[in-house]
Design a protein around this ligand. Structure first.
Ligand SMILES: *Cc1c(COP(=O)(O)O)cnc(C)c1O
Length: 464
């Protein structure tokens, strides 16, 4: 009998408890305080999903307004993706790209991504996760500068509240919230303040704040010495850092500075790629001309691990013409099954115009989110396309944050979960990033449940 049928069976309580106990005994969860989890009685076991909904082992249905972890763009339960994997596994389950070899889906996906991504990004390096994509980029960027005769250009400048992944390099690129363990950041990673107007800039108008936040890059370059700086990396919109949407003045100024000091621009579109913001890539909103771009999550809608580094003509030309062998790659770089699934996923996004849907339903979502602005706990709502954020504050008039940060957000997230909704909390900001198949009716359901969770959170605070 299949595990899921056992769990679903009438009286399957013992099976569920058995699984939960085994989880506590053997499974160390990512980004989890294992002791606290055990004290709370263990995990919630998700057993199946369809469209934008997930079901747990107790049979509770939940609207997943996070698309898993920002990744299930085409929604759950897609037969076509399962079929693509099945067929490719039977045809050729694995072969590598190391031995002067390749596989058809690998080539087709590289070709497709070169066509789909903004102009000038015509080469692809495959990896298996966003973290690996960013590690790859750092190695590639340093190799590039060495080949260009400037090996002392090693420093990568990133931002506070950035999230670029969890490996040693990707965590070094991420903000200081990722540096308290493991002796990070590694040498030659530096950070500037984020363009977080609500949190850091309300004494200025947003346009002036955006410019000044960008100018922090110039100050940092001058502090380090331009000859030491290899690249700047940024998410067009900072996702896991709290949905930080820069003022429109920010990216033009960043790009001006990169050009002026001849610094490579790395754009991390791991969340924002593949339709999330209502365009194929958020780079299109800001007219970003990236030298390198990281892609993962929505590339396969999370059905299978795969990531890609888009390499711009400037770097690709040097690597190919001057590089010799690049000592880098993964056993599963360009994995045929992952590439076949990604290709089918891209076909679905295009055939169903999910990018257009993210734009249209996004307008409806943003409009309805504004209705929450008058809630006593809500300091600001913001968003773009099918990304949204609800920032909870202690004092609405003065925009004062809770102290310590994070408890109220976690409480609100727990109320969401108990009432059939997944929203994530970053500090005290509630985050929305649903599948791109979301309809206005799903948005209505989300809003009703979100308001209930906010009311329950406010009630808890009033009782304290
Ligand atoms: C999730 C994420 C990553 C890391 O991707 P993994 O697949 O978890 O390694 C990198 N960058 C951004 C912007 C992300 O959101």
């Amino acid at each position: 009998m299949r595990e899921v049928d056992m769990l679903a069976r009438d009286g399957g309580r013992a099976a569920v408890e058995g699984l939960r106990a085994a989880d506590l005994r053997h499974y160390l969860h990512p980004f989890t305080d294992s002791r606290a989890l055990a004290a709370e009685g263990g995990t919630r076991i998700i057993t199946r999903a369809h469209g934008p909904y997930i079901w747990d082992a107790e049979g509770r249905k939940t609207l997943d307004a996070m698309a898993g972890l920002w990744c299930v763009n085409v929604g759950y339960g897609r037969q076509e993706l399962a079929a693509a994997a099945h067929e490719q596994m039977l045809e050729l389950p694995y072969y590598n790209s190391f031995f002067k070899t390749t596989t058809p889906p690998t080539v087709r996906l590289a070709e497709r991504l070169a066509a789909l991504t903004p102009e000038g990004l015509n080469h692809v390096f495959f990896a298996d996760s966003g973290s690996e994509a960013n590690d790859t980029i750092v190695r590639m960027v340093r190799h590039y500068w060495a080949l260009e005769g400037q090996p002392e250009r090693r420093v990568i400048i990133s931002r506070e509240y950035a999230y670029h992944g969890s490996t040693m390099v990707a965590a070094s690129l991420s903000g200081s919230h990722m540096h308290s363990q493991g002796g990070l950041p590694l040498p030659d990673f530096d950070h500037i303040a984020p363009p977080y107007w609500y949190g850091r800039g309300r004494d200025m108008d947003p346009a002036a704040f955006g410019r000044s936040a960008a100018q922090a890059l110039e100050a940092k370059i001058l502090e380090l010495g331009a000859g030491r700086v290899a690249a700047f990396i940024g998410e067009p919109i900072q996702g896991s850092g709290g949905m930080i949407i820069p003022p429109d003045t920010y990216w033009p100024e960043i790009q001006r500075i990169c050009r002026e000091y001849d610094i490579l621009l790395i754009v991390d579109e791991v969340i924002t790629g593949f339709g999330r913001t209502g365009r194929w890539f958020a780079s299109e909103h800001y007219d970003l001309k990236a030298d390198l771009m990281s892609l993962a999550k929505g590339l396969s809608s999370g059905y299978i691990p795969i990531s890609a580094v888009m390499v711009g003509d400037r770097v690709a030309h040097t690597l190919i013409e001057k590089g010799g062998e690049f000592f880098h790659g993964f056993t599963y770089s360009g994995h045929p099954v992952a590439c076949a699934v990604a290709l089918e996923n891209l076909r679905i996004i295009e055939a169903e115009d999910l990018v257009g849907n993210a734009a249209h339903t996004g307008i409806y979502l943003q409009g309805r989110l504004q209705e929450l602005a008058d809630h006593p706990l809500v300091g600001e709502v913001r968003g773009i396309g099918l990304l949204g954020a609800i920032e909870l504050v202690q004092d609405k008039e003065r925009g004062e944050f809770f102290s310590p940060q994070g408890e109220v957000g976690t409480r609100c997230r727990d109320h969401c979960f108990q009432n059939g909704l997944v929203m994530r909390a970053v500090r005290d900001t509630m985050i929305i990033s649903p599948p791109l198949i979301f309809t206005p009716a799903h948005v209505d359901e989300l809003m009703e449940k979100a308001r209930l969770a906010l009311d329950l959170t406010a009630r808890d605070l009033a009782r304290r």
